[in-house]
Structure formats: C-alpha cells, structure tokens
Design a protein around this ligand. Sequence first.
Ligand code: SF4
Length: 593
Amino acid sequence: MPERDSLEFDILFVGAGPASLAGAYHLSRLIEEHNSCIERGVRGGQKLGEISIAVIEKGREVNSHSFSGAILDPRALRELIPDFAKRGAPVVTPVVKDRIYYLTERGKCPLPLIPPPMSNHGNYVVSLGKFVAWLAEQCEEKGINVFPEFPGVELLFDGDRVVGVHSGDKGLDKDGRPKANYEPGPDLFAKVTVLGEGPRGTLTKRLVKKCHLDAGRAPQVYSLGMKETWQLATDRLPEGMVTHTLGYPLGPKLFGGGFLYMRRDGVLDVGLVVGLEYEDPRTDPHWLFGKWKQHPLVADLLHGAKLVSYGAKAIPEGGLFSQPRLLHDGVMIIGDAASFLNSQRLKGIHLAMKSGMLAAEAIFECFLANDFSLAGLESYPEKYRRSWAYEELYRVRNFHQAFHGGLFAGTLHAALQMISGGRGLRDPWPIGAGHERMRKLGVISAQESGGRTEGRMEGRGGSVATSIPLPPPHPSPSPFLPSSEKQYDPSITFDKLTDVFHSNTSHDEDQPCHLHVLDVNVCKDRCTYEYGNPCQYFCPAAVYEIVPREGGNIPFIHFSNCVHCKTCDIMDPYQIIDWVPPQGGDGPNYKNM
Ligand code: SF4
C-alpha cells in the first residue's frame, strides 16, 4: 500500500479561481520587488529567501471548473498586471452597449435608462475559463506551482491553528476500499493556507462552522446561475452587446433575471439566474431557464444557432453582512468563499481578485516581520476595510436583502438605497437563509385553494401534501408547461441530461459518492410528505432521482452527472446534503465558460 506523502510550502492557496491566482501572483510580485529594491539599495532590510507558493485545484485542468457570466470590471486586473493587454490577456471584447428589458410572456419593454451601477461602460465580456488559464500561466512564469486534480478535502490543524490541507485520495472504490490504482492524497502543509474555493466551499464551510466565523453575521444567501454558450452567425449581434432581462418567467416573487452577452467570433452567453430562496419546493430553476429561452427575445437569437456548452454554479449574493470573519489562526478566506460579490452589479471577479491581493499584502508583511501568527494575519481585514472593495460592497450592503419582498418592492428599495448610500429603509436589512423560506406542500396547497390553514397539513402523511400536483422530474421539461403555452421547442430547450452532456462532466463511477445524504430516513419519512423531495427539481443536472418505496420515497443519486454547482448543499430544506469533493480531476470540464 503506498504511503501518504507530505509536502511543505510557505503559502498554499486552495482553488485556482481568480481570487487565489491573483493572490499568488501579487504575493510573488511583492517579494520580487522587495528583493530587487534591496539589491539596488533603494530599501533597507533583509532580502527574503526563496518562497514556495502553491495553488491546488480540484478540476482536471486549472480552468475546468471556471464558470461565470461573465463581465469583467478590469479595476483589479489593472492593479495586478497593468500591461495585461500586451501580455495577451483574453480580455478583448469591450462592452459596446447595455440593454435591460422587462419581459412579459410574449412581450418586452426596454428600460429607458440604464441605472448607473448596471452600466458596463469600460468593462469586458470574457470567458472566465480562458481568463483563469491565462492568469495561471502568469503565475507559473513566476515560479508558482499550480496543481490541478488536487481537491482539498480536510483542513489540518495543530491545536487550534490551521497548518495545511489534506488532499483527496485517488483510486478508492465505491465502498472506500483502495483499488489497484490507489494513490493517497498528500498532506500539504503551509505557514498560511488561503481558501479561495468558490461559493459554499467544503473546507470553508467546515472552518466557519467549527470556529464560529459567522457569529453575529447574516446567513449567506445564494442564487443559481445556469448558462449555455451558443455559436451564432458572427453578424447576428454586435460583439460586446450586453442584454439583461427581468420579469418573465420568474414573475414578481422570484429573484433573478436573464443575461445575453455577445462575445467575439459569434459566441453568445445565454444564462438565467434564479434566487435560491423561493417558497415553492416544486420550483425547478432549469425548467425556468428553458421557459426563458422560449421567450421571443431569446428564441429568435437561438433558432439556427448551435448549443456549444452548459454549466451551472451557485452565486453568493449576501454581500458585506454575510461575510464571515475573514481569517482564523493560520488561514484566510478570499473570493466567493468569503462573499466578495456585488449582487447589484452582478459582478464578483474584480472583487475576488482584490480580496486575494489584499490577503497577499498581509502575508507579505508576515514574511517581513517573520510573524505568521493570528495577530500577524490580522492586517488582511484591516486592509480590506480601507480598500475600494469594501467601499463598493458597503454601498450595496442591503441590495439583495431588499428583494425578499419581491421584484417591485425590491426595485423601489434599491432606488432608495442608491440615493442614501446603501442605507435604504432598514440598515442592516435582516435576512434568513434561503432554504428556510421554502414552504411545505400542505401550506402551499392550502394557499392555492384559498384556505387559511398554515401548518394544518404539515408533517407526515398530510393528505393535501400528497394530492398537490407534483411536476414529473427529469428528463423532459415538456410536461411542466401549462397547456396554455406553446409547445416545448426541442431545438432550443433541452432536458437536464442533454445539458449535462454539454458540460463535459465525468466522474469515475466506482468511487465513493460525493453527495452525502446524512439521513435517508428524512427523505423517506418527512421530505416526501412535507416538501415533495425538492432535490429532484432544484438540481440542474438530474442527479437526484426519486424512487418510490412503500412508506416514502428515497433518492437514487446519479452523482456522475453532478456539475458541482452546490445547490443541493444550499437548498435542501433539512440541510442534510453535504457536498464533498469527488476524486481529483472529476466533475465538469468547462472549455470556454
Ligand atoms: Fe448541483 Fe448538487 Fe446537482 Fe451536483 S448534485 S449538480 S452540486 S445540485
């Protein structure tokens, strides 16, 4: 049996997204500049010796799991690599025009004015995957080690201090027994571990819980973003045209909206964002995505075009008040994992990069003082509070929360926030976790029938719960469509499995399932009756198949379909689904998302 190795680095970044890569690059550059200044006699003090920086990534390639809309505000990139254009950054499509429409079922109404925060003048339409691959190259040129296929599965502690990460084993069978190709994941030790795992990261979730880093903070709230890229004729829309939509099919109660971003060479990003805080457990975001694509605004573009790829990912929307404490002894949290996202502007890449750079500046000072204690790391949150990133998030601190009352109240509150520096009517605006808003079927049924019986039919065996019409699950979305609607259009709207095929997702099926349902009896004895097993609807990849059994349903988990969006971990009403990383290299293999 092979022995488990240990590797030591000075600094370890977990997750090769823009936050970690920008942080690693910035740290390396600060050290280089410091040493060069000392060599030239411009600065006193000691040169820093060779410093090892590593970035680990669970995907097959560094950018395999990179997924976003995406529009890039280049502010942080300009600070990090001012000559980014000369160095071949794939940031080549400036936004030329913004449009926002309010959609009805068949019509559209353009907003006469683009609210200033929604204006994308000066920004770029990008592929996050290409951008991340380029950033990784810049890091490697600086001698930074970037290791794909290395998922961080457990934090390593020495007492209360984080001292590194245990990376995942390869070659375990479905029962967790070593196969012939077994390779134990090495333990990776570092003076400082920086978690840039993205939304709902496994290590971050456990750290926050264990060390109470969310004490006194608002819970995080999320949306689910689903996107397809389509190949259009190059003259179909001008390059850099950006369109956002509100309204149909989400209606006044559901948070979210659609987007169409025209890239170079006829590539169109086609996406829908749905708030993961809806009340009706039968809500199926992927089905809503299909409905949205059938709106004439979108359908007219897609007819005659070709679907290229698909993906889905959770988006942390809670903003400033949902940020956990950004550090603990030996560890820092950056990027989406720490809620660095401006939900008003629908942008987070620049904030993620800035958070990585601020963490890097704090770590650089630790090297100068040779002090990596908690007190040494404390300058990260201090630097953040003095930065433009904090200023930007402070201005929108109540934005997403204001939409809990629905689209129209939210729009009014958002306008008030804009003229009151983010304050609005309440500051802070209280918010609960999204899954807590989901209502039981009995309650919904009573509401739909005009009854006033909240709670009467909750619980196991509620006859109303079982009589409420539940839409059939995957694969075909067509039975979901009300009869008044036109036919499901198979040339532009796909079932979940067809979309998963276009995400290039693959997992070795003979490995432990990475979706841990902590108590299947809850699915069978309670969820079937109380919520109708909503996992079969909210998963955008048809992972959960509900198998009827005497006395209640149980989920059959097709984990090999999983596109790692984390929605099940977030939205399960009982919080009993724990997403953990599968074998390194498995999962989606996004090409140009
Ligand atoms: Fe997303 Fe969970 Fe479905 Fe995987 S199983 S695609 S993480 S909802």
